[in-house]
Design a binder for this molecule. Structure first.
Ligand SMILES: [Zn+2]
Length: 495
């Protein structure tokens, strides 16, 4: 009996901290030592580095982005995390061009006055217009033609371009599609028409010379590039000016289209000028991948994957620092990764730390990682996604209610050590365009949880110049890294 009891005791210690293996004296708990060593100060400093002008907004494929990948990889190496990219490196490469935006460009309205003269109204950045991140370079002056959603869907008997001539004109249209219920299977008929790429390509196909996109006033690089085709984003001020004197307001018209599924396109009779100064560069970008190998002969080929996108939306003539979106998620993972490596406790399963490129341009890097894991037949016990995890006082785990066996590790760590509010929700199927890196892992059938911070205490500057380190709350980032450290260790060591 005594012998058996001793064995059980020893196994227990071995699993939780294994002082025998790491050569530390009994009684010490390296995991908790590293837990307490995670500091908001470090995390905030790293976020400041990633958000600094040196990395120029980390647009996927740009020199600033590549610099950021090198910086992350150098840290992983310093902390003893092994490379898991191409050919023994930390980098997993893919083709990815990028657009260099030289300045803010401009948008103006030509207002005719008595006597044949014209007044030019210049709109201001960022409240009047936002430069097109993948805009071609040049200047176009033309009449603006309103084309609803900018969709041509013959099989749905819907064409915003029917009956209007847009040749050489500036087209104006809205994001999304008239069908709104993305949880209804019917939406799948419309989904291909809600991609920004499609809408821009369709405008070019119809011979438009430029476009103004009703897509909110923020940077959007998830769209096609056509040399010479210039565009920018607009908001209410431009809408009000262009719909002034028309029979209906913009919102009345969109309401009608949504109700009847009948387009309502027309030439506005108003002239505008769009200016953009950009250079397109072909090239390559990469994910950064690091790992801690598992030690259990039966489980080490199973993976626990944690990922965050390292890219942001670049520089539009003004730096878009991408601190909350998503330096925050990256440094949370870095904090957990450093602590996990330093604790040195054996993990049954292998843990993969992924820093994706190409999220903002269409979830490119995460798609590559998910595809490769599948191709190589790797079993993935769980995927944890972090995007915008750095402003607030609480946590939410999307997918936590669908995957309670994964969520329980987060709940246990929170209840025992962190005491934050923590919510969870189910993965709800929808037929819309995927909007997060998590989508690729979910689609592959992997238990997928997305960690978010809730109860924001600072304003959120989504894809705007204001998304700098001052918009972060470092205390929640420290707790996010601590939460990850314990949860990832728990999942990796689950029997
Ligand atoms: Zn993001």
């Amino acid at each position: 009996m005594m012998k058996q009891a001793f064995l059980i005791l020893c196994t227990g210690v071995f699993i939780s901290t294994s002082p025998c293996l790491t050569g530390q004296e009994p009684g010490r708990d390296p995991l908790m030592e590293q837990f307490h060593a995670i500091s908001s100060h470090d995390l905030l400093n790293w976020a400041a580095t990633l958000s600094s002008p040196e990395f120029n907004g980390r647009m996927t494929g740009s020199p600033g982005f590549v610099k950021a990948t090198t910086w992350v990889a150098e840290n992983l190496e310093k902390w003893g995390i092994k490379p898991a990219g191409d050919e023994g490196t930390y980098f997993q490469w893919f083709d990815h061009g990028y657009n260099e935006v030289h300045n803010l460009g401009g948008l103006s309205l030509h207002i005719p006055i008595k006597g044949g003269d014209t007044i030019i109204k210049q709109y201001r950045f960022p409240d009047g217009y936002f430069p097109g991140m993948n805009s071609g370079s040049g200047e176009v002056t033309a009449e603006v033609v309103f084309v609803g959603y900018g969709v041509t869907a013959p099989e749905l008997d819907y064409d915003d371009y029917a009956g209007v001539d847009v040749q050489g004109k500036i087209v104006m249209f809205c994001r999304d599609v008239p069908y709104k219920d993305s949880r209804n299977p019917e939406y799948s008929k419309w989904v291909k028409y809600c991609y920004h790429h499609y809408k821009l390509d369709n405008a070019v196909k119809h011979g438009a010379a430029g476009m103004i996109y009703i897509d909110g006033l923020h940077a959007n690089p998830n769209i096609s590039y056509h040399p010479g085709f210039v565009w920018c984003g607009i908001g209410d001020e431009v809408l009000n000016d262009l719909f002034a004197g028309q029979k209906h307001t913009y919102r009345e018209i969109m309401g009608k289209i949504d109700q009847s599924f009948k387009p309502h396109s027309f030439p506005t009779g108003k002239m505008m000028t769009i200016r953009a100064s950009t250079t397109w560069h072909e090239g390559k970008a990469c994910n950064v991948l690091g790992m801690i190998p598992g030690t259990d002969p039966g489980l080490k080929d199973e993976w626990v994957v944690v990922g965050a996108h390292l890219d942001a939306v670049g520089n539009c003539g003004v730096l878009l620092p991408g601190a909350l979106d998503n330096a925050s998620g990256c440094v949370d993972i870095m904090g957990a990764a450093r602590a996990m490596a330093a604790a040195g406790i054996p993990l049954k399963r292998s843990v993969l730390f992924a820093f994706f490129g190409g999220e903002e341009t269409g979830l490119v890097g995460s798609g590559l990682v998910a595809r490769k894991l599948k191709q190589e037949g790797k079993k993935v016990a769980a995927y944890i996604n972090l995007d915008m995890v750095g402003n607030g006082t609480g946590f939410h785990l999307a997918g936590g209610s669908t995957w309670p066996e994964v969520f329980k590790h987060f709940e246990a760590a929170n209840e025992k050590y962190l005491h934050r509010s923590m919510g969870s929700s189910e993965v709800r199927s929808h037929y819309g365009r995927p909007r997060s890196d998590a989508a690729h892992f979910e689609k592959a059938g992997i238990p997928t949880l997305s960690l978010y911070t809730t109860r924001p205490v600072k304003p959120v500057y989504y894809h705007l110049p204001g998304d700098d380190v001052h918009s972060l709350t470092p205390e929640i980032m420290e707790d996010a890294a601590k939460l990850l450290l314990l949860s990832l260790t728990g999942i990796a060591n689950e029997e």
